[in-house]
Write a protein that binds this ligand. Sequence first.
Ligand code: MRU
Length: 355
Amino acid sequence: MLETVRWITAEGKILSRCEEGVDLLPGKLRLIDQTLLPQELVFIETDDLEEIFDAILRLCVRGAPAIGCAAALGLAAVAQHIKAESIEEFTDKVQVVADRLAQSRPTAVNLFWALDKCCAHLRRCAVKSADNMRLTLIREGLEILDEDIRMCRAIGEHGRDLIQHGMGVMTHCNAGALATGDFGTALSPMYAAHEAGRSFTVYSDETRPLLQGSRLTAWELSRAGIDVVTICDNMAAQVMKEGKIDLVIVGSDRIAANGDIANKIGTYGLAILAKHHNIPFYVAAPYSTIDTSLEHGDLIPIENRDPEEVRNFGARRTAPEEVRVYNPAFDVTPHELIAGIITESGLHRPPFSFN
Ligand code: MRU
């Protein structure tokens, strides 16, 4: 499996959970730099706050669960170098780091969930010495990552039988191994069905402007031996009309209490198209993506990104320099369009209520 987010020790041991007899301190956050895929598989190793902030902002690490894991282990990596006269000062400085990381991206709730979990855990820490607190943060980050790995496997099992031999499955953006600690959310049922020996075709939307579908989903699925076809986003309706698609599965960055879901821009349009063509539309996400504090999806903050992402296609300028651009990175799909939400605890059918 791809090691999208990990902890690397000074001895070079790569960890996804705590292991007996392995010194966790000192260590670094280790990430795949996804901006370079599919051409190059390059890893970033860092314990620098601004480098970690930048890695999340620039989408070197992206996908809601992976952002949460990277933030937790990133916080632990930076905390190793915090100098403080007292435990209170240490805890306050960790909170300042967490607050900075929380400003990197606004939509994926896993970011805030993971940082809050780490800071709360730190405040409860029984042995209040700076070294013990540093260790506590690494352990908590690894616990979040390990939980994410278990979550991916469970989602895979709960969603596997939606995919039968000979089916066409459409997905948008990347909600796979590159977006989590393990098999992904939306792609996990695909890996599980593949493991069960079923052959099927995945139609992966290209996902403009940053091409997560063609650069990342097509790369990781073909690497795993799963049949994948890349289409431009504007081809989805025609491909559905041609009868090639039996179901759609996407991930999510935040799910409101009523089952409305935020996901990569273009997801909402796909859900409308699926409804029109009588194709079931599923969402796969862990409980850490559900924000029960938000009653409905209109309350989910939507990230607006740099206009340059739209004015360019990769490294090439494809729009006039001065043209005005609107670049929302996510949209909200209303729950009425969703046939089921696959979580680690099972497949939820409507009516959804996550209070
Ligand atoms: O902007 P990105 O690449 O972080 O957007 C990612 C998505 O929209 C994913 O579908 C979502 O985070 C779920 S990842 C399991």
